[in-house]
Design a protein around this ligand. Structure first.
Ligand code: G
Ligand code: G
Ligand code: MN
Ligand code: NA
Length: 250
């Protein structure tokens, strides 16, 4: 397709960018992490969001190259941050079809000098639906490198609870669809409260995504979630703006 050809061209032309959205400690407000989010700065169409090209990148297999580029760029950028700040990078389920994924991650950490313990890989439930035994083997290898694993978009799939028990995740990211109607909606409130409690009982950290208002922030902080992410703290920022944000919030 034309989009596919354009994406191949863009990879070579250097049109992709990684933006960073800060995650703060819910209790202290300190920036403790940032999530890397890819964007395409198209010469004619302007900034294209990932929802408009990740699905095609997955269908065509281009996600392998794009995902490796994002990981390398983000690890290299994050090497300049204070060592208290960790980096979260999204992995597509399609990237798990390659048995060399753990080797790729290890070689990028090696090449960039970024410490494995500062890297967190965000994975959606989609990955568990592929080949469970293979996925578990790959996740175990990734853990052995020293990176940590977060379950992304938690609550939107359908077998989340058994996955939490069987797979080596250390963090749950509560999907923003549960935050949207907080604090007024009592069912959303009950679900968010229950997930945070469950995480604590399982020894897992929790991040609440999509926090857009001071009221939502106050609610989830009072419920003892670990980290907060969302427009109320900051939108995803280009690298230079993220560094400025760090200096201003220090
Ligand atoms: O940044 P934004 O909210 O527009 O992202 C939309 C979706 O694209 C999110 O689900 C996010 O996880 C995904 N996404 C953003 N960057 C990457 C990336 O580098 N790799 C993968 N696989 N997904 C990404
Ligand atoms: O699926 P994943 O969690 O990786 O997606 C993260 C996406 O959520 C990013 O594309 C980011 O732009 C978006 N996002 C981050 N904070 C907010 C927010 O407060 N509100 C909304 N609507 N989207 C957000
Ligand atoms: Mn994510
Ligand atoms: Na998410």
């Amino acid at each position: 397709s034309r989009l596919e050809a354009d994406m191949r061209r863009a990879l070579t032309a250097g049109e992709f960018e990684v933006h960073y959205q800060p995650l703060v400690d819910a209790q202290t407000g300190a920036v403790t992490a940032a999530e890397a989010l890819v964007r395409w700065r198209h010469p004619e169409q302007g900034l294209i969001p990932p929802a408009d090209f990740i699905p095609l990148a997955e269908e065509t297999g281009l996600i392998a190259q794009l995902g490796a580029w994002v990981l390398r760029t983000a690890c290299s950028d994050a090497a300049a941050w204070p060592s208290t700040i960790t980096l979260a990078v999204n992995l597509s389920p399609v990237q798990f079809r390659d048995d060399h994924l753990p080797d790729l991650v290890a070689s990028i950490l090696d090449a960039t000098g970024f410490a494995a313990h500062r890297l967190e890989l965000e994975i959606t439930e989609g990955v568990m639906l592929e080949d469970e035994a293979r996925t578990l083997a790959l996740l175990t290898k990734l853990k052995a490198i020293g990176v940590s694993l977060a379950m992304d978009d938690f609550g939107t799939g359908y077998s989340s609870l058994s996955y939490l028990r069987r797979f080596p995740f250390s963090k749950i990211k509560i999907d923003r669809s549960f935050i949207r109607m907080l604090p007024e909606d009592s069912e959303s409130a009950a679900i968010v409260r229950a997930i945070i409690t469950m995480g604590a009982c399982l020894g897992m950290a929790t991040t609440v995504e999509g926090v857009e208002t001071a009221e939502q922030y106050a609610f989830v902080a009072a419920e003892q979630c670990g980290q907060v992410q969302g427009y109320h703290v900051s939108r995803p920022l280009p690298f230079a703006d993220f560094l400025t944000f760090l200096n201003l919030s220090a």
